[in-house]
Design a protein around this ligand. Sequence first.
Ligand code: ATP
Ligand code: MG
Length: 183
Amino acid sequence: MKFNRLRLVGFKTFVEPTDLLIEPGLTGVVGPNGCGKSNLVEALRWVMGESSHKAMRAQDMDDVIFAGTTGRPSRNAAEVALQLDNSDRTAPAGFNEWDQLEVVRRIERGSGSAYRINGRDVRARDVSLLFADASTGARSPALVRQGQIGEIVGAKPNARRRILEEAAGVAGLHARRHEAEMR
Ligand code: ATP
Ligand code: MG
């Protein structure tokens, strides 16, 4: 699976519909401070199922909806759509009959999020499952937050070990061992 295209409407600074084609290879996003570069990466994390508003630098999940500026009214909904190229047929079972997958997450003020995959209503869990084996997803160590490198360097040894274990994919193993020892 490859990321193909990201569409945003009403998400944080992306108030007008924004359509980004993600070409193969390296993609760079440049722009002045505060223009929305980090918001873009957060949109990617959000559409893949992020459930923590803190990970969105928000007080509440509704804060991802465009809050308005002087002269521009706030919106009542935000939507992010991520298109995936599955022509290599590497999507997990249950999603593998399509060449293209489109994951859509929509939030309306006061009523939470809803997800669709290729037009079909799905649960947040289905979206997590789609990304679970693809080394990506909302909690993937491949998505590095701004300032996170500094946090890792400055972290206490135990906290740093946890980050490295998560990246190495052994965090789940530890949790299961801990559970077994408690029995
Ligand atoms: P830097 O170069 O400093 O890292 P950046 O390009 O990463 O900047 P972001 O952090 O993505 O910038 O964007 C921050 C801007 O997004 C702020 O001006 C903030 O007010 C705006 N913003 C965040 N949430 C919303 C929202 N819900 N509605 C409108 N604007 C928002
Ligand atoms: Mg930033």
